[in-house]
Write a protein of this length. Structure first.
Length: 393
């Protein structure tokens, strides 16, 4: 049955770029030293580590000593959140949103269980928070604001620069600073990230979202930020993230980020064209659908569609039988029930159950879209004929 292979799950993970693999290869064998060693092998590794840090710092408009390498976006989020709250003498207040990645949501829920107060901001029908809601949520004991740059399920882009500007203004008159963290895992490599323009204190990235390997992340920490490590064992990464540095992957994420930033406009136009072709085709060929997060302020590569009266997971299984890979949402949330993002957007439960996320990458082609539009309507029709919910409505 699988005549084609179409991968439309790039927000879950991407293929590793061939140029990135080539850049990494020497550090698996010929230059395999530990960056903490003083011999020539170690010095080679240290040089690669420093050059990679310099490259990412330059692309983020940051200082070299503000860039820390981690094992994932999740680890970066955890260091940012717990690293900040652990510097406080009292258990204060944290603000986040109802649509965050579980790396942030579950961290905040853990804080609540341990005596902290957390405000979860609502979103509108397109998945966007209100800046006024955030302003009203600020309290005297607020420690941290953590708002994702763009949502991983519907692509909604949050007003990070506006939040950063507001927090800078109020911090000028506060005794205790409110730190600002953004999870930029979905925007890194897809949009220009300038930490000075965004006015953030902490920013999270994950390499496997922009054609680097899985298992390597970045945390930007603005100079002067009071933060404590959450793991212990060595002086690597200025003791904030101890452990022997993964030099091949560090080299890989720096190369991938460099390539992505050099092609931002071209890649954005490409994935936007493909997304719109798929969206228009679905609207034309399949009745009873809802486009989730259809606002203009959204990533170009994500299309979230509810196919009413059928189960999203059943649709995924059928698509996979035809060689088409998509998702019902965050890969990290599999097995944890329905989408908390669509629930926060007040998508009705019947529609939310049939939601599918298609996410494009720069390797996708119009032929991929044509193939999906050839198979998808037939699959949806077949599932609806089998659905008792469809028959009821």
């Amino acid at each position: 049955m699988q005549e084609n292979k179409v991968y439309l799950d790039n927000s879950a993970t991407t293929i590793v770029n061939a140029e990135v693999i080539k850049e990494m290869e020497p550090y698996f064998s010929g230059m395999y030293g530990n960056a903490s060693s003083i011999h020539s092998f170690g010095r080679q590794a240290k040089e690669a580590l420093n050059k990679s840090r310099e490259k990412i710092a330059s692309l983020l408009n940051a200082n070299i000593d503000e860039i820390f390498f981690t094992g994932s976006g999740t680890e970066s989020d955890n260091i940012a959140i717990f690293g900040i709250v652990n510097t406080q003498d009292t258990k204060g207040h944290v603000i986040t949103t109802k649509i965050e990645h579980h790396a942030v949501l579950y961290s905040c829920q853990h804080l609540e269980k341990n005596g902290y107060s957390v405000t979860y901001l609502d979103v509108d029908k397109d998945g966007n928070i209100s800046l006024n809601d955030l302003k009203q949520a600020i309290r005297d004991d607020t420690i941290l604001v953590s708002v994702m740059h763009a949502n991983n399920e519907v692509g909604a882009i949050q007003p990070i620069e506006e939040i950063g500007t507001y927090l800078q203004t109020i911090n000028a008159n506060r005794k205790n600073k409110v730190y600002f963290h953004t999870d930029a895992v979905q925007t890194a490599g897809k949009a220009c990230l300038d930490v000075k323009t965004l006015k953030v204190d902490l920013l999270t990235m994950s390499g496997h979202k922009f054609y680097a390997p899985k298992g390597i992340g970045v945390l930007y920490v603005k100079k002067g930020t009071k933060i404590k490590p959450i793991t212990f064992g060595g002086s690597q990464e200025n003791a904030l993230r101890p452990g022997t540095e993964n030099i091949p992957y560090v080299v890989g994420i720096a190369k991938a980020f460099d390539i992505a930033n050099a092609n931002l406009e071209e890649n954005d136009k490409h994935v936007l064209f493909l997304r719109e072709q798929l969206k228009e085709g679905i609207i034309k060929k399949i009745p009873e659908i809802i486009i989730n997060g259809s606002g203009n302020r959204a990533l170009s590569n994500i299309l979230n569609v509810s196919f009413k009266y059928i189960e999203g997971e059943a649709l995924l299984v059928m698509l996979d039988m035809y060689g088409i890979a998509a998702s019902t949402g965050s890969a990290c949330a599999i097995g944890f029930g329905g989408s908390h993002v669509l629930q926060a957007m007040c998508v009705d439960p019947v529609s939310a159950q049939g939601a599918i996320r298609f996410s494009f990458g720069h390797y996708n082609t119009k032929d991929d879209v044509d193939y999906v539009l050839e198979q998808l309507p037939k699959i949806v029709e077949k599932l609806r004929l089998m659905s008792p919910v469809y028959k009821k409505f």
